[in-house]
Design a binder for this molecule. Structure first.
Ligand code: 4G1
Length: 223
């Protein structure tokens, strides 16, 4: 799967080179490419932002470098072009799964007060948000979307992890996890988990998942 990211701050994306996503990229299962929007500006001083027409605080990202960076990233428009934006549809398990099943996508990251509307009108197919709060830029949101989608790509997760996948599709939060040592600072691992009785373990985990979901996220139980 191809993930192309258009940003003024490509150096923010080092987390994607680590851990599970980084390993998948090294293996060639994921192809993550960063495009520095500044490399595409026609402005002789390298500027990619300007003051907003109509006045107001802050700066707006200028359309020309964005349109040209998008054309360089996906000249035949083979992939879905996504603007990572608080105005977008909210990222969910099912949306991540849909993106993970595609050939790839381009993520456009805003910064400052955002992007000139004409760049969006000319290049963007879809807007996706990671939640309702203010960020200084779309870069962290883009990493959330890339990570959530990439883990659905076959081979990115180990086979034991992909089975784990089923649990959120139940719409439940996770049961508590324990590892060695069996006693730590006077606290014991629940007896059932060391019993070797797999049916009881499964039943306990299900009960725990239902209990924590009811307590913390009752909204998930209706889904
Ligand atoms: C008004 C949050 C502005 C933020 C209302 C989630 C947020 C991208 C996201 C903002 C961003 C609300 C996201 C805000 C994001 C231009 C550059 C937009 C950064 C920007 C609720 C700033 N999911 N925010 N504006 O945060 O890009 O995807």
């Amino acid at each position: 799967m191809k993930i192309k990211i258009l940003t003024l701050f490509p150096e923010m994306f080092s987390p994607l080179r680590c851990s599970i996503i980084g390993r998948a990229a090294e293996k060639g299962i994921l192809d993550i490419q960063l495009y520095n929007i500044r490399d595409y500006t026609a402005d002789k001083h390298g500027r990619c932002d300007d003051t907003p027409f109509g006045g107001g605080a802050g700066m707006v990202m200028t359309p020309q470098p964005i349109v040209d960076a998008m054309a360089a990233a996906d000249p035949l428009h083979e992939l879905q072009h996504i603007y990572v934006s608080p105005k977008g549809e909210k990222l969910s398990h099912s949306l991540a799964k849909e993106l993970g099943a595609s050939d790839g996508f381009v993520l456009l990251c805003g910064h400052y007060e955002g992007v000139d509307q004409r760049a969006i009108d000319l290049t963007v197919d879809r807007e996706i948000s990671v939640g309702d709060y203010v960020l200084t830029g779309g870069e962290l949101a883009a990493m959330v979307i890339a990570d959530a989608a990439a883990r659905f790509v076959p081979g990115v997760l180990g086979s034991s992890d992909s089975a784990q996948e089923e649990s959120f599709s139940d719409g439940l939060l996770e049961y508590p996890q324990y590892t060695r040592p069996q006693e730590f600072m006077g606290l014991q691992v629940p007896e059932v988990l060391v019993s070797g009785h797999h049916a009881n373990i499964e039943k306990w985990r299900r009960e725990q998942a239902e209990k924590i979901t009811a307590a913390r996220r009752p909204d998930l139980l209706g889904k």
